[in-house]
Design a protein around this ligand. Sequence first.
Ligand code: G3P
Ligand code: MG
Length: 243
Amino acid sequence: MPTKIWAHRGASGYAPENTIPSFKLAVEQKADGVELDVHMSSDGKLMVIHDETVDRTSNGSGRVVDMTCQELKKLDFSNGMPGYANVRIPTLKEVYGLLKNTGLIINVEVKCDVVVYYGIWDKLIELEREMGMQGRIIYSSFNHFVLMKLREIDPKAKIGLLYAEAMVDPWIYASYLHADAIHPHYRVALDCPGVIDGCKKNGIAIHPWTCNDEQVVCDLAAAGIEAVITNYPDKAREAIKNI
Ligand code: G3P
Ligand code: MG
């Protein structure tokens, strides 16, 4: 199977990250999937944003967990990207609505690294069912307990273990947790001995992040990884077209 291309926070090299324009652009650039990040607002809505606060990517300030969905929706998330203005933060439901009729896979990264959003796991599975998105979602998180909660609620939920540092024989840990995939930093995937081979032999998919170097995208594709996560889906597609 050719390596799939997943647009990191949408086509975030060109459009404001984690927004409807960046996901639309990912579809236009023929990405096979998108990666996005989810936090929860003070009124319990699933909000698509990377950081715990709105400070870096919007014209506002404060923590997502302290603001209602309505308060968050008043802010502009165009984030200085040329050609964009008045871009609103999307809810996860809005992104599912946008992508439902495409074939794209959605990698939902659950951000429970700093603030742990108790109950987010129930809301995620409920929304996946409500929107008829079963089979289209793979959940990932640096907080692996969250992935276990998702699996407890829905034994069919697909999960990928995010990690950034060198790990010995990660497929053993992944198999133990019945994970579908590992989501290592791309350097870890390439540089740690035996990772790709070991995962392949044990049926664990490899979805490395976030690779924006076309030569390295080629190296990953040549090694047979299942999907690469990148800010530039068009460049990645072009880079691997002859592999
Ligand atoms: O899910 C891959 C990647 O997005 C993990 O790191 O910080 O970009 O969410 P981060
Ligand atoms: Mg992410």
